[in-house]
Write a protein that binds this ligand. Sequence first.
Ligand SMILES: Nc1ncnc2c1ncn2[C@@H]1O[C@H](COP(=O)(O)OP(=O)(O)OP(=O)(O)O)[C@@H](O)[C@H]1O
Length: 327
Amino acid sequence: MISAHDLTKTYTFHQQTAGLAGALKSLVKRKYETRLAVDQITFGIERGEVVGLLGPNGAGKTTTLKMLSGLLYITSGELQVLGFKPSDRKHDYLRRIALVMGQKTMLWWDVPAMESLLLHKDMYGLSTKEFERNVDELAELLDVKDLLNVQVRKTSLGERMKLELMAALVHGPEILFLDEPTIGLDVVAKARVREFLGEVNKVRGTTILVTSHDMDDIEALCSRVMIIDHGRLQYDGGLEELVRTARPRKLVRATYAEPIDGATLATLEGLTEIEGDSRVVKLEVERDQTGELLERLSRLGPLVDLDVADADIEEIMRDLFLREGKR
Ligand SMILES: Nc1ncnc2c1ncn2[C@@H]1O[C@H](COP(=O)(O)OP(=O)(O)OP(=O)(O)O)[C@@H](O)[C@H]1O
């Protein structure tokens, strides 16, 4: 569905010093600079996939989404989406995709969302039947029936995001490009948006490429992630695989009813922390030795709680980005 080969974007822009003098000077003598935002990335995305595009601020994620949706020309490389060259912005192409940017709105503020939806109906040439079916289905899934006739400026951020998603999906796109869809939302609204996107992918088979700084979004939605940093693709593969490769050890936390004596604790391999007056013990263990360790821990004293987890994905990202940043 999406095929990118050595995709590159360089921005050319001019520097301007502050103040009127700076503005006048830049009119006479412009100093141009270039910035490599996306640097020869190659990837393919199949129909029905949900892929997370991750990376620190300024990594090139939004630029990539803008090239894929045809908002920006590519500087070099090859890019095909649904067999189209996105920057041609052919109507047949735009009908089959949608781009939602968490920080931008495509709804008119001063009128109810329904007015914007009706505009989309005309823009995309939807029949009344098709439009009504889509509106009903989406309003039900998003639980926004009562909001469609309220002035957009009177809705909350979470409600507006749901309406944005509705506006993006009303023409039934095959691909959805999402840039930070849960930014600024509270935990409940975030969960609803994730649930909805998962449903859209499952029910309609919509392919989704999503950027987010919220790892819970990524864990809930994506089985595949692409990590981009300084414009370069650093990783493309399974999320679980990434966790297993970056942090192969499991994290174990055992809580006892009584303190465990120091001599016994000293014999434990992989011990990382002791807390709560020697009642709480934290360890790291190789995956295949987890069973053995748990058995051992259960013999040390009366257990109150036992927790086994993979390394936190957020932590893995922080380590990866710090490492890449230092290169
Ligand atoms: N219009 C522009 N002109 C010049 N440089 C730009 C422009 N837009 C983006 N850049 C630069 O390109 C680089 C990539 O920006 P981009 O917005 O794609 O990053 P991002 O990964 O989406 O970051 P964030 O997580 O902060 O949204 C950054 O260094 C940014 O400053």
